[in-house]
Structures are given as structure tokens and as C-alpha cells.
Design a protein around this ligand. Sequence first.
Ligand code: SAM
Length: 274
Amino acid sequence: MSGTLYLVPTPIGNLGDISARCRDTLAAADFIAAEDTRVSLKLLNHLEIKKPLVSYHEHNKLESGPRILARLQNGESCALVTDAGCPAISDPGEDLVRLCAEAGVPVVALPGPCAAITALSVSALPTGRFVFEGFLPADKKERKLRLGALLREERTVILYEAPHRLRETLAALLAALGPERRISLCRELTKLHEEVLRMTLGEADAYFDANEPRGEFVLVLDGAAPSREETTLEEAVALAQALIAGGMTKKDAVKQAAKDTGFAKNALYDAIMK
Ligand code: SAM
């Protein structure tokens, strides 16, 4: 009979976030598959757990995955851990889960820390409907295509990013989505220097021009305003007029209403002037 692959989430910064069930599962597994065995060894030492470790990461998954599967098929149980957070979310654990599922080996996921969900919950942006985009492609052309698809995305968008690429990514987001889109930059979550910066893309770009990005980031972006089909021209005009009544200049109000409703500025301007 096959053993089971356990997906064991580990803390994303605060060791106190390991659950009792995760600890027990690590202690009971026959062996542990880790993304970086040195990182996981520190956690295991902290938990006073001694276990055989095998390495499973992006660059050895094609050889290591089948070896782990063979051991599972031989009846051993394996706990899969990533450097931090939830295995199989933006890391090669995804491939091992598929391999096991295809071979009929049971896979059990334990709930626990996940950088994306931790950031979403503290972002102060809508959480009812969201999309997880992981890391944007490094290739500029592919990234542009992906960002183009996000332009009209109405759900909240979650992105992972490395600190050395943050500025470049913010510049690309700014170019694709405009300066007014709201973003929550969730930095060093659960760690000593945890910080959540809630601002617009334009402000974020300027902020990180002046401040070197440090630590790990999850970016949470507000969704696009509901598409034009859902807003009539009359509603868009009413919005612009309400903004003018609130003290905005006609030019700014038309610009804002056009952005929020998807109508062209000229069309709105003409309708207001009628
Ligand atoms: N599988 C993990 C998860 O979903 O929790 C994430 C793995 S992914 C390779 C690593 C990315 O997660 C980092 O580049 C960063 O975007 C995010 N991350 C991890 N820990 C974080 C933390 N403490 N604060 C903010 N972002 C974090």
C-alpha cells in the first residue's frame, strides 16, 4: 500500500506560526522533502525533530520527484516543505502533487501560513473575489501580455515579487494600469519589520525611487473599476457632475469618471457640455 504525501506549510517569518498538527506530521513522516535542506534543518532543529531530508527544488525536480514517488509507492510517508509558506503555491511542490495524484498516491494538505492569503487579509482591499498571479514573467514581452490581461481585471490581484525586481515591476504596473490604481505592498509579513504600505501605484513608484526595497514583498492590487457595459453614459455623466459638485475641476472630474467607468474622456466631456 502507498504511503501519503503530506503538504506541510511552514512559517513565513515567525516560528511561532507552525501548528501542532504540522509539527506532529513532520515528526511522524518517514522522510522530509525540502526545497532548501539547510533552511528546513533550522526549522527542524528548532522543533527538535530529527528526520532524513531529501532535496526537492526547481532545478532537480525532474530526477528527485520520481525518486520521492517511488518511495511513497513503497509505503513510506513523506512531508513536503518549502523554504517558507505553503508548499505547491508558486513553488515546484505543484509538480510533485501532480505526479502523486496521477500515480494514485494519496496527498494530504495541511492548512497553515501562506504569504498570499496573509497579505490579502491585511491589504484593506476587497477580499470577496481575488486572483493570484504569483510572480509576473521576467521576460518583458510576456510580462506586458500578462499585464494587458490584468488591465480590465475587476477582482483584487495578488502578486509575489523579489526585492531586487520590485522597482522594475512597479514601473511595469504603473505603465500598464496607470498611477491611480491602489496597491498594498505587504513587506516582511509576520517578521520584526513587518509593514503594509497602502498607496496608489504612482505613489508607490515614487516611494521606492527614494527608498531601497528591502525584504520580501507581496503586492495586492485593487481590481479595475466595473466595465463600461455595467455603467451607462448617464451614470458616468452623473459621476463626473458629482465630482465637479464636490470641488473638482471639470477636466479632473471627466478624467476620473472616464477612468472609473471605462468611457472615453471626449464622450463624457461632450455629454456634460450638452
Ligand atoms: N509557497 C510560499 C507561499 O505561498 O507562502 C511562497 C513561495 S514564493 C517562492 C516566495 C514569495 O512569497 C516571495 O518572493 C514573496 O513574494 C512571498 N513571501 C514569502 N514570505 C513573505 C513574507 N514574510 N512577507 C512578504 N512576502 C513573503
